[in-house]
Design a protein around this ligand. Sequence first.
Ligand code: ADP
Ligand code: MG
Ligand code: ZN
Length: 417
Amino acid sequence: NPDIEAAKHAVLKDAFGFAGFRDGQEPVVDAVLNGHNVLAVMPTGAGKSLCYQLPALVKGGVAIVVSPLIALMDDQVAALRLAGQAAEAIHSGKSREDNVEIWRRVARGDVRLLYMSPERLMTPRMLAALEKLSPSLVAVDEAHCISQWGHSFRAEYLSLGALRESFPGTPIIALTATADRSTRDDIVGKLFGGQAEVFVSGFDRPNIQLTVAEKRRAGADIEAFVKARPGQSGIVYRISRKKVEDTAAALSAVGVRALAYHAGMSAEDRSANQEAFLAETGIVIVATVAFGMGIDKSDVRYVVHGDIPGSLEAYYQEIGRAGRDGAPAEAFMLYGLEDVRTRRRFIDEQDCEPDRRRVDANRLDSMIGYCEATSCRRVALLAYFGESGKPCGNCDVCLDPPDLVDGADAARLVVDA
Ligand code: ADP
Ligand code: MG
Ligand code: ZN
């Protein structure tokens, strides 16, 4: 439809002020405009909001947006208002009078995007009232909250499974940055009854060179890597507090400005080290997974993993702290069988349901598969997140392909014999 196509680009430029779509946005927007149910998986900061906001503005009427936190709702509403769009949120942080007044505007047709929590939306009264307004679409933001496999399960999200019966014919778009298969399948099952178009994009960080090396002596391997990169800001992840302390001390002993960070340190020491790392260039922070949440330092040149993480999701998040400025950066990981045993033991000793243990064991298997990949690591990493890619030329396997027995020839030899 040429009218919709024109409206789409007009809204992108005039309402949002963007020159073009980012990688992955347009196919999602098109699917929603075509009335399909969609799950969009894109990393944080990739621009998921636009994927429902733009169709909402093109379609007119009122779109309902489900969001788990008042702060998130208020942020989005403020950003839309700045862009001159009629957005509102109804939530418990406002007076009853304010919420009633907002509802009046919604009922008059003056609001394009209405934000709400799942528990507020899924009451029979609210659903009945909204049904009369024929919403243009329903967007479920932070959709991983519906999955028990995610890290932020919210029981209220489960009730959203009734949405597709509450608004038959209205497209539902779910958005999340959490991309592993079990979570994704869980979202599609619970929210869409198994039927949705799934789009995954934006996970590639081509400037980060990926390397996995055999772990011989972790201390010496890490030291060699760090010393070869003097003056660079870097992060070294270790699996335990003890290893963090030891590695930081060893690096300091050879003249590297290394600072430790783990949950066993006092809050003051931790934040002093973090502040120093953020403020200066050339500090190496040696840390457990406790480090990194919300860290936005653009010139981190490398992330070293002295021990394997428990999942590719964790790994991806951690290496994603490197090279935010787009300049070349490195992700260097040491891989040894001892780590695999340690991780398996963590999972076995976990006090949890058997299902959870199975999911975690699968995640670890994917991590091991990545470490043992004999073709492009980036292709393997992206494939795990459901995104496809071509051999990257910027990972250890692409740059230095391993000598492999040619499987096809070997098979033929066996057959011929
Ligand atoms: P996410 O929800 O995926 O974490 P957001 O939707 O909050 O990301 O968007 C992150 C930032 O990217 C916002 O500042 C937004 O304005 C910007 N952005 C989104 N789409 C585009 C685009 N097509 N062009 C330029 N900037 C964009
Ligand atoms: Mg978002
Ligand atoms: Zn590659």
